[in-house]
Design a protein around this ligand. Structure first.
Ligand SMILES: Nc1ncnc2c1ncn2[C@@H]1O[C@H](COP(=O)(O)OP(=O)(O)OP(=O)(O)O)[C@@H](O)[C@H]1O
Length: 972
């Protein structure tokens, strides 16, 4: 970047910076003189021909203003870009938004706004002239208004008119841009349509600049290609915008903002008085203000209020930040498999970071552009995410950032890796500061010990503050109970005294006791209080005793057992399917919800979903009450959930369960029927293999399940494709892939090869190969997946009856998984042209390997290879199909033996359908509807459609084709 400054003699010079950080600088925004040669150019500065030019006045203005603001450097587009160097100009166009955004000050010089009335002109106020200024009609000035945080406006006489804050109402009236966008709300929070609207009919000298000047506003990068025209440039811009949206949506595993809201709600709402003590805590304040203190670790026993404390800290950090600081956070929850692993944590943190500072997305795009969503989900996701994260933390562009991670002890997968990453990242110099919290765990203690500059805040060592906070919480809860239950003064005092005496600085204990009292009649409160023990575990034991002694003991214990084994909170309908039916029990949702409420205070119901009142309640059941809730052991209990899962899946799953009908219906467009036929089976669909894995695999029951003819075998042979469809509808294909790999591993080491194990291996390959198609569009399990599987695939054979009957000539696929597409393989270079003969019996392909091949369209055999010695761009058959026209001449074709008489496809024929290949080459379409997903290795370099026949030449030199009938766009 070239910046203007002065040399020691006071002369104006250009100083070039190749690396960041740059010195603070001012930047000018203006409109160019109608005669461009009147502006001072980069060359003029070199030759010193500046003072006689009209534009010199603006340079002097900017210089004086910068000096007045204590800035030694400034930038002006007329003379700080060497326009004779095209590479530099292109780079500047792509960097301009960032340069304006990073400027310490931006001065707008309005040469058509005067504060002095001019002679022989109507007197108009400067405000009117301001709103009518040419500056608001030019394309590039839009980003110059929006990018910098401080924009000041000056009149022709260099009189300061105000800044974008004080003039926001006038600017809004002149441009239609809402105040929020001028106040610094990230532009990404406005819709794409809004941002296009702000551009309105602003003009640019070069037509393509209309699009190029918007790239920063949409957080995309668009290398200028002058000559492509406005239409081409806007098309590229729109494509870049939709790729960006796709990248952000793929990155989003969870939205931690929603998780935070949900957690606060489930825990009964956040009380400020119960967390504000932290703001005056010495350790916290030191961490907050000291740049040398990058990591704060808050630790404490269960129920001490760590999660709620972190929610409060986030709220406080967000208050004054007003978009100048990034605050990203993640809440681990062991009970929720979406958010109980290290990969999910990095994904969540990155997601919140990039939506707050979209310019950071370039670091994500480097990986996403190559691998798509799988980059964040496959076995190497951790590597990719840590690389992205490290790049971002080291980026000079990163705004000051707070990263908050709650409940590290609830990270079930890859906690040691995450801890090492935290230690490393917080030790490297960065603008990011971390707060993490956990229970007192040795592993965490041991690893974090290695972090150089960390602050540690133990809740136990801050007992006085925590105790005061718990008292505030007790006061609030007792007031709530008094209002709800109409306690008299004596009862209120008794409850208050009992809670204060026994709380032992544990919020959770207070919350649980109050929950119990909320269900207790006023008359029995005093008696109840006497029976409530101090201490969390004692309280849980008492709750368990109450459950065991109740009339519904058996069923309640069963519900507690299933809920604590589940890998995510269960819906009522799912619980109904998973628990073992007991004689005479009514199974409807109402009675189930009543039963859940009878399970002591272990469980709570929100939105028909069953949650543990707290992680420690689940921990208690699994560790200390296991003999009660799992009388035959956890292995047997897991096995029970596994078998009941397969039962419900076998009863429920069927082809096109949501009646989507359209083969290309995207999963995001799939309408869930009411009632949802998958409601009771969703959990089972996703987790049945996990329960099998966690059952006692050495037991005879599990062994039998995995035998030839066992329940897994039967399920796969009858329901495998329907299961894949259902996984897609449940948005759980990535999880399904992991489960399938686990199942594969279970079988691999323990079972002799049988026809079942072979089927399973094939099913695994099938799933891996077709996951993208099925994840995008559930019904492609029966179309693309079957069609592009090897002929000998066991799944393909087993589900032959499901293959589409509207594809009459199918792509020729190799017989086994390992050798794909051998038959039409032959070219050694890109295939650049393909053409069918009029009767569709032959296909010709020309390749950069300087050969033309003629293929028999029904068998896929190559009937002739012609070496042409030069590159051929265009091919066409003559009307008899006996000659091929190329751009180097006419070639005679050998007729294949027994070739069919020529029949030209008649567009009126009932079988004729409007077949096409969608521009991205991913879908083959019929009457405009997607019908067949094309796997990536089969996608076109070039393609053609002839009647009902589609021919595709791929980049690897392979050629394939298929024939569709009109049924393709009919319902399934
Ligand atoms: N500031 C607060 N406002 C409202 N309720 C609170 C607050 N702090 C704690 N609580 C109550 O105390 C309960 C326990 O708090 P929290 O879940 O934050 O503890 P924790 O230390 O994170 O526990 P664990 O380590 O077991 O996860 C919450 O469910 C909530 O009911």
């Amino acid at each position: 970047m070239h910046l203007l400054t002065h040399n020691p003699h006071g002369n104006l010079i250009v100083q070039t910076f190749t690396n960041e950080p740059l010195p603070p600088y001012a930047i000018l925004s203006h409109t160019w003189h109608e005669d461009n040669s009147q502006e001072v150019s980069f060359d003029d500065l070199q030759t010193g021909r500046v003072q006689q030019k009209h534009g010199y006045g603006k340079i002097r203005f900017c210089e004086r203003q910068a000096v007045a603001d204590g800035l030694r450097h400034f930038w002006i587009d007329t003379c700080c870009i060497n326009k004779s160097d095209k590479a530099e100009e292109s780079q500047a166009i792509q960097s301009m938004f960032r340069w304006y955004r990073n400027a310490a000050r931006c001065y707008v010089h309005l040469s058509d706004v005067s504060v002095k009335p001019k002679r022989d002109q109507d007197v108009i106020s400067w405000e009117t002239a301001f709103r009518k200024s040419r500056w608001f009609t030019r394309g590039w000035t839009l980003q110059e208004l929006l990018a910098p945080s401080k924009v000041e406006f000056f009149s022709e006489e260099e009189h300061k008119l105000g800044d974008k804050e004080t003039l926001k109402e006038q600017i809004r009236r002149a441009t239609g841009i809402p105040s929020a966008a001028l106040e610094g709300v990230p532009l990404s929070e406005f819709t794409v349509e809004d941002r296009f609207r702000w551009k309105g009919d602003r003009e640019t000298t070069r037509e393509e600049d209309g699009a190029y000047s918007l790239q920063g506003i949409f957080d995309v990068n668009l290398a200028p290609l002058y000559g492509e025209g406005a239409v081409g440039a806007f098309e590229r811009l729109k494509r870049a915008i939709s790729q960006l949206a796709q990248c952000i949506s793929d990155l989003r595993g969870t939205n931690p903002r929603d998780d935070k809201k949900r957690i606060q709600d489930t825990k009964g709402g956040l009380l400020e008085d119960a967390y504000r003590w932290i703001l005056s805590n010495e350790t916290f304040r030191r961490w907050h203000s000291d740049l040398q203190s990058p990591l704060l670790w808050i630790k404490g026993d269960p129920g001490k209020g760590k999660t709620m404390l972190l929610c409060g800290i986030i709220n406080e950090l967000e208050k004054p930040a007003a978009y100048t600081v990034n605050i990203s956070y993640f809440f681990f929850q062991a009970t929720d498999s979406r958010i109980n692993n290290a990969v999910a944590a990095l994904r969540g943190l990155l997601y919140l970071l990039v939506i707050q500072q979209p310019s950071l997305i370039s670091h994500v795009r480097k990986h996403h552009d190559q691998g798509g969503k799988t980059v964040f989900e496959d076995a190497n996701a951790w590597i990719a995410l840590t690389e992205i994260f490290t790049d971002i933390l080291q980026s000079p562009d990163l705004e000051p950032t707070f990263l908050v991670v709650d409940a590290l002890d609830e990270c079930a997968t890859n906690l040691p890796k995450l801890l090492d990453f935290l230690v490393k990242s917080s030790s490297a110099h960065s603008k990011a500061k971390w707060i993490i919290s956990s229970r007192n765990r040795f592993l965490i203690e041991e690893r974090l010990e290695q972090a150089g500059r960390k602050a540690r805040l133990s809740l136990e060592l801050n007992a006085d503050s925590v105790s005061t906070a718990v008292r505030a919480f007790i006061g609030y809860k007792v007031d709530q109970l008094t209002g709800q239950k109409r306690y008299d003064d004596r009862t209120r005092q008794a409850v208050l005294a009992h809670l204060e005496l026994n709380a032992n600085d544990t919020f959770l204990w207070v919350a649980l006791v109050c929950l119990d009292l909320a269900g207790t009649s006023k008359r029995h409160v005093r008696r109840k209080l006497e029976s409530i023990p101090a201490g969390l575990d004692s309280l849980y034991e008492r709750m368990m005793r109450q459950v065991s002694e109740s009339d519904d003991a058996e069923v309640c214990k069963q519900i507690l057992g299933v809920s604590s084994l589940a890998y995510r909170p269960l819906k009522l309908a799912e619980l109904g399917a998973l628990r073992e039916p007991l004689d005479g029990l009514v199974e409807d949702a109402e009675s189930l919800s009543e039963l859940v409420s009878l399970c002591g205070s272990f469980l709570t119901l929100r939105d028909r979903t069953i949650y543990f009142v707290h992680q420690s309640a689940k921990d208690f059941l699994l560790a200390k009450a296991a003999n009660k809730v799992f009388p035959s052991g956890t292995g047997v209990a897991h096995h029970g959930v596994f078998t009941r899962s397969l039962e419900i899946l076998s009863r429920t799953l069927r082809r096109d369960i949501y009646k989507l009908k359209a083969f290309g219906c995207l999963v995001g467009e799939a309408q869930q029927p009411d009632p949802d036929p998958l409601a009771a089976a969703r959990y089972s669909c996703v987790y049945w293999i996990d329960h099998l894995r966690d059952s006692n695999l050495l037991s005879s029951m599990s062994h039998e399940a995995l035998q030839h003819g066992g329940i897994v075998d039967i399920f796969f042979r009858s329901k495998f494709l329907y299961w894949l469809e259902a996984l897609s509808l449940c948005a759980s294909i990535p999880k399904g892939v992991v489960s399938m790999t686990n199942l594969h591993l279970l079988i691999q080491n323990k079972h002799e090869p049988t026809s079942f194990t072979e089927f399973l291996y094939d099913a695994h390959r099938f799933f891996l190969y077709h996951k993208s198609a099925i994840e995008t569009s559930p019904l492609q399990a029966y179309v693309s997946a079957l069609l592009f599987s090897p002929l000998n695939s066991k799944v393909r054979r087993q589900f032959q009856h499901e293959e589409p009957d509207w594809i009459t000539v199918k792509p020729v696929i190799s017989s086994s998984w390992s050798a794909c597409m051998q038959t039409l393989e032959g070219h050694s270079g890109y295939v650049k042209s393909v053409v069918f003969s009029h009767d569709s019996t032959r296909l010709a392909s020309a390749s950069f390997d300087n050969t033309v091949k003629i293929w028999d369209a029904s068998s896929g055999a190559c009937v002739q290879t012609l070496t042409v010695g030069t590159c051929i761009q265009n091919l066409s058959f003559d009307s008899t199909g006996s000659h091929l026209y190329t751009d180097i001449g006419k070639i005679a074709i050998i007729s294949p033996p027994n070739s069919q008489p020529i029949t030209i496809t008649d567009p009126q024929h009932p079988d004729f359908c409007d077949i096409g290949v969608e521009p991205g080459g991913i879908w083959i379409t019929c009457s405009g509807k997607n019908v067949l997903w094309v796997p990536s290795e089969y996608r076109r370099w070039c393609s053609l459609v002839h009647g009902n026949r589609v021919g595709i030449g791929t980049g690897s030199g392979k050629v394939w084709f298929c024939n569709l009938t009109a049924k393709a766009d009919k319902s399934i």
